[in-house]
Design a binder for this molecule. Structure first.
Ligand code: XMP
Length: 497
């Protein structure tokens, strides 16, 4: 007769980041030798294991572009109308398209003066010359016009243009395009079809821009990868995001382990082209159950986030390292990637999440307060800050389209006023931190260092080789700097508040 006392005495022991350290192992690996590529969903790989939170103070297109350039992934938040969210997805997709498809062309029968005027108005330096069937017959640039020194500008374009045009096809890769541009000393390469019809144009500037981000993650058409958040029952939004080109749809709920959500997401999955992530969950049983929806990735974390109050308000949650490890044990057997979402404060926490089976981490607070995060900058006592708030905070539930209400199951009554809402998150500010790429650089530097200590040259090896030691609170207090007043702030360490 110990029904209730058993609940206490037989309760599982659970742990989080500060309860463990990674044990150093025999290694021949230098941090510079490690590779950080990983799977974020069954069909998409990243070049580094960082995903930004789908929060209205963290991820819109600017953050998603910046992360994709570094090799990570942004998840556009859903506190937006469907049209607004679709627009953000498209901004990422078209941010670095190499081929400009809306090409401004000119006919060979127009005048050189016309060509010059178009170039001036459009602020471009050359125009492909096409006949009535859109066949490329030449190219005219400022270089062709300059030698005329303003004389006889009423002559036909066909008399002044370069006839031997260097063109490329849609499948020419960037290296070949760059070689061709250098060899022929041209700045723009028309892209043509098999019968020489104009399809688009590629500029040297765009090629060089693309080379600058050699670690970027792209889809098969060379566009940046992007994910977008969607409610579990919002089929219309899911379809619109998929049509807009979102590579991944992150189904976003505070409690993904619900029968109606599993059913709805299984249906949704059949209707969208994008990969589908489902979350959040925190137990092995939840993983077994949600995998029935044939999803492409799982998001783990109930209440670990810096702005979360779920564990306090509802008394519910599972400390994050235990949650991640128990879900990863199940998901790995199905070949489905796991994203550890929330609670990461230092790069060492990322290493610990990967050590217990996560394939990637989702971060909010560490990326909030960057140039790319949405929101105004404020200045207090001479220091710059940006807003950061939970999606279950009053502000997020009553602002935007109120997506937070649906995430925290508070949608009953559309005209529900704020005094009837029960928040599970808070609102605040974080110090302004500069560019997201710098934050990611430091986080990945710390992770590489960790992998060097473990002797793991890949994230797969980190899963296999990393061993943990269980520490006491004294072990953790010894781990932080102590007995000193910090005078120079370090870019990768801030004392806990
Ligand atoms: P960090 O620790 O990176 O956590 O700031 C970000 C993650 O926290 C989750 N999230 C919330 N959880 N109430 C919660 O209980 C909230 O209001 C809330 N808003 C965001 C979310 O998973 C995010 O990625």
């Amino acid at each position: 007769m110990s029904k209730y006392t058993d609940k206490l005495t037989k309760a599982e022991d659970t742990y989080t980041f500060d309860d463990f350290l990674i044990k150093p192992g025999l290694s021949s690996i230098e941090p510079k030798d490690v590779t950080l590529n990983t799977k974020v969903s069954t069909n998409y790989d990243l070049n580094l294991p960082v995903v930004s939170s789908a929060m209205d103070t963290v991820t819109e297109s600017s953050m998603a572009i910046s992360l994709a350039r570094e090799g990570g992934l942004g998840v556009i938040h859903r506190n937006l109308t469907i049209e607004q969210e679709v627009k953000e997805v498209k901004k990422v997709k078209y941010a670095n398209e190499l081929t400009v498809r809306e090409v401004i062309t000119i006919s060979p029968d127009e005048t050189v003066e016309d060509a010059q005027e178009i170039m001036d108005i459009e602020e471009i330096s050359g125009l492909p010359v096409v006949d009535d069937n859109d066949i490329v017959v030449g190219i005219i640039s400022r270089r062709d016009i300059k030698p005329l020194r303003g004389k006889r500008l009423n002559r036909k374009v066909s008399e002044a243009m370069t006839h031997n045009v260097v063109t490329i096809s849609e499948d020419t890769d960037t290296e070949t395009a760059l070689d061709l541009a250098y060899e022929n000393k041209v700045e723009r390469l028309p892209v043509v079809s098999d019968n020489n019809e104009i399809v688009g144009i590629v500029t040297m500037k765009d090629i060089l821009e693309r080379k600058k981000y050699s670690n970027a993650v792209r889809d098969k058409n060379g566009r940046y990868l992007v994910a977008a958040a969607c409610g579990p029952f919002d089929m219309e939004r899911a379809m619109a995001l998929s049509d807009a080109g979102a590579d991944i749809i992150a189904i976003d709920s505070a409690h993904g382990h619900k029968t109606d959500i599993i059913e709805s997401v299984r249906e949704m999955n059949k209707n969208v082209e994008s990969d589908v992530l489902l979350g959040n969950i925190a137990t092995a049983k939840a993983a077994e159950d949600i995998l029935k929806a044939e999803i492409n990735g799982i998001k783990v974390g109930i209440g670990p986030g810096s702005i979360c109050t779920t564990r306090i308000v509802a008394g519910v949650g599972v400390p994050q390292l235990s949650a991640v490890s128990s879900v990863a044990d199940v998901a790995e057997d199905y070949g489905v990637p796991v994203i550890a979402d929330g609670g990461l404060r230092y790069s060492g926490d990322i290493a610990k999440a990967l050590a217990v089976g996560a394939n990637a981490v989702m971060i909010g607070s560490l990326l909030a307060g960057t140039t790319e995060s949405p929101g105004e900058m404020t200045i207090r006592n001479g220091r710059k800050f940006k807003q950061y708030r939970g999606m279950g905070s009053l502000g997020a539930m009553t602002g935007g389209v109120g997506a937070g209400k649906d995430r925290y199951f508070q949608n009953s009554g559309s005209n529900m006023n704020s005094t009837k809402l029960v928040p599970e998150g808070i609102e605040g500010v974080v110090p302004y931190k500069g560019e997201a790429s710098q934050i990611v650089y430091q986080l990945m530097g710390g992770l590489k260092s960790s992998m060097g200590y473990v002797g793991a040259k890949s994230i797969d090896e980190m899963h296999e080789k990393a061993e943990l030691v269980h520490i006491t609170p004294n072990g953790m207090s010894e781990s932080h700097p102590h007995d000193i007043t910090i005078t120079n702030e370090s870019p990768n360490y801030h004392p806990r508040q």
